[in-house]
Design a protein. Structure first.
Length: 143
C-alpha cells in the first residue's frame, strides 16, 4: 500500500539523523513501522518525548507528511547540562500513499511516544464477488 520512490533516501535519512540535529528546513527522519491489519493500513512513528501539540500531520493528494519537534526539557538559565544524548530538533517523514487507501478517514492517536495512524482501505479497492448471470435468467427478467 505504500510506495517507495528512491532507494537511497533511507540511507540519506540515516546519515542526516546521526550527524546533525533536525531543523525546519532540514528535518531528521523518524523511525516507523507500516503494516496492514484487516481492512486498514497502520503506520506507527516513534516520537518519544514529543508533546502531542508539537506534531503536525498533513495529507495532500496521496502524500502524507508527519512533522514533529522535540525541544530541550531543561531550558532554564540556572540549568547546567551534564549530558545530552537524546536527539532534539525537527523530525519529518513523507509517505506516498497508494490510491487504494481512503485518505479522507485517517485516524491518529498518540500513546507512550508512538504516533499511530490508521488508514482504511478504500471500498473500491476491497475484493468483492462478481455474480454471473446466465442468459436464461436475463430472458426471464426481460419478459
Amino acid at each position: 500500500m505504500l510506495m517507495r520512490t528512491d532507494p537511497f533516501r533511507e540511507l540519506d535519512r540515516l546519515t542526516q539523523q546521526l550527524l546533525t540535529p533536525g531543523t525546519w528546513s532540514r528535518p531528521s527522519a523518524m523511525p516507523m513501522d507500516a503494516y496492514q491489519k484487516g481492512d486498514e493500513y497502520v503506520v506507527a512513528f516513534d516520537l518519544p518525548g514529543v508533546s502531542p501539540d508539537a506534531i503536525d500531520i498533513d495529507v495532500e493528494r496521496n502524500m502524507l507528511t508527519v512533522k514533529a519537534e522535540r525541544r530541550p526539557t531543561a531550558e532554564a538559565d540556572d540549568v547546567q547540562v551534564e549530558l545530552s544524548e537524546r536527539p532534539l530538533g525537527v523530525f519529518s517523514r513523507q509517505i506516498m500513499l497508494a490510491d487504494t487507501l481512503d485518505t479522507e478517514r485517517i485516524a491518529a492517536d498518540y500513546d507512550a511516544g508512538v504516533l499511530t495512524l490508521r488508514i482504511p482501505i478504500a471500498e473500491h479497492a476491497k475484493p468483492r464477488k462478481i455474480t454471473i448471470e446466465s442468459r436464461d435468467e436475463r430472458k426471464e427478467i426481460d419478459s
